[in-house]
Design a protein around this ligand. Structure first.
Ligand code: NAI
Ligand SMILES: NCC(=O)COP(=O)(O)O
Length: 334
């Protein structure tokens, strides 16, 4: 089935535009609609010495595959011309506009899924706009209480209870309510999108050695264990809380459908060590499908031709698979 996928090109000084242009070199069975400034794409293609034909996207037209060397484009104007490798707070509003247009297009049924290239969280905040990440931005746009960040390779899925917050705040953020919401979303979406009829989820503790029976922290005994016990009664298959360091060993991982880490840097270093460049970042729990790359803006590589587009290919493949699953299940895109 030919799908229409919106791709936000991300931070204009980073590798997002490069990756979109690299993508175009292979064409696609899907219609790839890049939400970006067309002049930025044309200029970056020139710098990369890659051919690129841009076609204005018409939402009223039929969904068609993307010919080699071509991208469909939903134009959004930069505030100021972008310089590869440089951040410019003046263009932060442009970056956020691409995300809003992507999400609105899902609501309006223009595309089947959103795939995002990386943005720079710091420069958006420097421009005076509070921004934690796409995950939180789309959660707020959709008006849902909870979403779940999950990064996945073909053989390892790492979901997170908390996302972009200071480590100092993590323990307080792990409440029975949040943990329950996250686990229910993870269980539901593993069934819906990833072919896991009875997901088996490994849950990490928060503290070293999962608290060592309360001698190294109490969150396991006070919050995590009782919450898992309650959710098991709903039929969710949960193992843990396990010490995070031993959870990620082959013995524990064998047969697991996903792992649940308590915070960003408990789970993502393992995932990136295992499969950086081959993973997708997926936001579960949204009313629309959103996937992304597993890396950041890599300002050092913009316009050099050295950026690896592997993760963007994975993110597109995962988004297409999820959209197919949704169609098969008879659920509307948004
Ligand atoms: N999905 C998103 O929007 C994400 C955005 N970020 C943002 O990116 C910015 C920079 O973050 P960093 O920690 O420096 O991580 P980074 O992923 O941009 O760079 C880390 C290292 O990996 C290399 N690298 C990254 N992507 C690559 C690719 N496709 N091909 C080859 N090499 C690649 C870079 O050159 C650098 O050496 C931050 O502002 C962060 O918030 C980070 C992760 C995801
Ligand atoms: N480390 C993952 C990351 O920062 C991506 O976050 P998001 O922008 O997808 O929310």
């Amino acid at each position: 089935m030919t799908l229409r996928l919106a791709i936000t090109a991300g931070e204009p000084g980073g590798i997002g535009p490069d990756l979109c242009i690299q993508l175009a070199q292979q064409g696609s069975e899907h219609q790839l609609v890049v939400i970006a400034d067309p002049q930025l794409l044309a200029e970056r293609a020139r710098q990369l010495r890659l051919p690129l034909t841009l076609v204005d996207f018409n939402p009223a037209s039929a969904t068609v595959p993307t010919p080699t060397g071509t991208l469909y484009v939903q134009p959004v104007a930069l505030q100021q011309p972008a310089v590869a490798g440089e951040l410019n707070p003046a263009n932060a509003r442009y970056v956020l506009a691409t995300l809003t247009i992507a999400a609105q297009g899902c609501n309006e049924g223009h595309w089947d899924a959103i795939v995002t290239a990386p943005v720079h969280k710091g420069v958006i905040n420097d421009a005076g706009m509070p921004f934690s990440g796409h995950t939180e931005y789309f959660r707020d746009f959709a008006g849902v209480e909870e979403v779940v960040m999950m990064l996945a390779t073909t053989d390892l899925r790492v979901a997170l209870v908390t996302t972009h917050l200071p480590l100092r705040d993590v323990a307080d953020a792990i409440t029975p309510e949040r943990l329950s919401r996250v686990i229910r979303i993870l269980d539901h979406d593993l069934k819906m999108f990833f072919g896991c009829p009875q997901p088996r989820i490994l849950v990490a503790g928060l503290n070293p050695h999962a608290g060592e029976n309360g001698h190294l922290g109490h969150e396991e005994q006070d919050i995590i264990e009782p919450t898992l016990a309650q959710l098991r009664q709903e039929g969710i298959h949960l193992i843990g809380p396990l010490p995070a360091d031993t959870l990620y060993t082959p013995k524990h991982l064998a047969g697991a459908d996903a792992t649940l880490a308590m915070y960003h840097d408990q789970g993502l270093p393992v995932l990136k060590f295992h499969g950086f460049g081959r993973a997708a970042n997926i936001t579960l729990g949204l009313p629309f499908i959103r996937t992304s790359v597993d890396h950041g803006t890599a300002l050092d590589l913009a316009a050099t031709g050295k950026a690896d587009s592997g993760s963007l290919h994975t993110a597109i493949a995962v988004a297409a698979h999820m959209a197919d699953s949704r169609h098969t299940a008879g659920v509307k895109t948004a």
